[in-house]
Ligand binder design. Structure first.
Ligand code: OSB
Ligand code: MG
Length: 367
């Protein structure tokens, strides 16, 4: 394909309710959408970086800058382009994986649309619907948390993930276990602990959680190895897994027994499939994480979640968990599952009018 231009859109989506994690509270989702235009088709990409560099070092305006200054010009210089060319063409630029992932995703959507191939099939998916979990933020009170969890269970979610931080961990987990019994339950600390908290984290063991996600710092693989010797709950890594190579290292070291795959965090859906394959080869359960995506990113995440090695329910919740109005046809939970889009490419696109409603700024970068 020949790339003719890229549209960059900054979008602000109001969240239905504040989403609080150990790194801050989100009231709205600011994000970038990319539309690549080629001589054959156009394609959409969603950049999952948040407004501030609190989850990782990337942030919306930084991504827009590196895209327009370096990444998009490098693709323009490339000539004939398919999705597998994108990562090598951008490899000289260090880091910026979320920005790179968004660009690769848009090229992949354009290419697969032109070829008539759904993303799920391209990635090797084996299911046509995926079981879904939901990530529940830190609340002001246990009562508020129990009401939220009860509501999600009533909607059919098959697994609950509680965000935790020091001071909001054992008590909320105990309360949810006591109220809701033997549900599939896990926690996510977003790096809020240190190895000195090992005894505290071991107090979660009696609650038979599926996993504890990213308790320690992103670069602390050895800390996670040491922690794994002191807690019985399986450790799952999110922030630490930045590539297939990082996944292989973490697994081989014994830093994790489960892996959260987020395409933005690892530089794209193609690298995500490699991580999936590394996990499968090691017998390590994987699952698809989430970054409060719109229907665009959600469609692609659901395709990834349909791979055979994604054996745990993902943070692939329905559109109405996040937004009153999504920019695509909403994803609606059915018996705890979401359908894998079956159309070419992402199988879904934004509604032009709704997209305009939430667009803060638009920029056209011509070849
Ligand atoms: O750590 O998994 C995380 C949201 C934003 C940033 C990081 C994380 C999350 C979530 C929500 O847990 C996942 C989702 O529902 O999209
Ligand atoms: Mg996480």
């Amino acid at each position: 394909m020949k790339l003719t231009g890229v549209e960059l859109r900054k979008v602000r989506m109001p969240l239905k309710s504040p989403f609080r994690t150990s790194f801050g509270t989100q009231l709205a989702r600011d994000l970038l959408l990319l539309r690549v235009v080629t001589d054959e088709a156009h394609g959409w990409g969603e950049c999952v970086a948040m407004a501030e560099p609190l989850y990782s070092e990337e942030y919306v305006d930084g991504c827009a800058d590196v895209l327009r200054r370096f990444l998009i010009p490098a693709l323009f210089a490339h000539g004939n382009l398919t999705a597998i060319d994108v990562a090598p063409a951008l490899a000289a630029f260090h880091g910026h994986r979320m920005a790179k992932a968004a660009l690769e995703m848009a090229v992949l959507d354009a290419e697969l649309t032109a070829r008539g191939v759904p993303l799920a099939r391209e990635l090797g998916a084996t299911r046509d619907r995926v079981p879904c979990g939901v990530s529940v933020g830190i609340m002001d009170s246990i009562d508020e948390l129990l009401a939220a969890v009860g509501d999600y269970l009533d909607q059919g979610y098959l697994r609950i993930k509680l965000k935790i931080e020091p001071g909001w961990d054992v008590a909320p987990v105990r309360a949810v276990r006591e109220r809701f019994g033997d549900i599939a339950l896990q926690v996510d600390a977003n790096t809020a602990y240190t190895l000195a908290d090992a005894a505290r984290l071991a107090r979660l063991d009696p609650f038979e959680l599926l996993l504890i996600e990213q308790p320690l710092a992103e670069d602390d693989l050895l800390g996670h190895v040491a922690l794994a010797a002191r807690v019985r709950t399986p450790i799952c890594l999110d922030e630490s897994i930045t590539s297939a190579r990082a996944a292989a290292a973490a697994i081989t070291l014994g830093a994790c027994r489960v892996v959260n795959i987020k395409p933005g965090r690892v530089g794209g859906y193609l690298e995500s499939r490699r991580i999936h394959d590394v996990c499968a080869a090691h017998g390590i359960p994987a699952w698809c994480g989430g970054m409060l995506e719109t229907g665009i990113g959600r469609a692609a995440n659901i395709a990834l979640a349909a791979l055979p090695g994604c054996v745990l329910p993902g943070d692939t919740s329905a559109s109405d968990r996040y937004y009153d109005t999504d920019i695509t046809v909403p994803f609606v939970l059915d018996d705890g599952h979401l359908p894998v889009p079956a159309g070419p490419g992402l199988g879904i696109g934004p509604d032009a009018e709704l997209l305009d409603t939430f667009t803060v700024a638009t920029e056209w970068l011509p070849q």
